[in-house]
Design a protein. Structure first.
Length: 109
């Protein structure tokens, strides 16, 4: 299992919140049952990443991740927005989130 030793602050705002929220709400049951969901954002580009995150029910301002980087402001914004929406939608636990050129997939780990 990957080490989740980096703490990242949730996004305060993002132009991606609405399309991410719509996609997650559409497929919430599948995700809650451990399935994998995929969707495309309304913009291509952005940092690509395949990142493991942990959303903790008792910690409301940060999540844990296996992302490697010295500058948390360089954490992929689209993935940060996904994690933030997951938290807002009541999800907790570990998720593998992949983003590449506007395509996002989320898998419960």
């Amino acid at each position: 299992m990957n080490s989740l030793d980096q703490e990242i602050t949730y996004a305060g705002r993002s132009r991606f919140f609405n399309p991410i929220k719509a996609a997650i709400q559409n497929m919430k049951k599948l995700l809650r049952n451990g399935g994998k969901i995929s969707f495309t954002l309304n913009e291509e580009g952005g940092y690509s990443g395949n990142i493991l995150v942990e959303i903790r029910a008792s910690i409301h301002d940060t999540f844990l991740t296996d992302w490697v980087g010295n500058d948390p402001t360089r954490f992929p914004a689209r993935i940060k927005a996904v994690v933030t929406v997951l938290k807002e939608e009541g999800f907790c636990g570990r998720f593998q989130i992949i983003h590449e050129d506007g395509k996002v997939s989320i898998q419960v780990v």
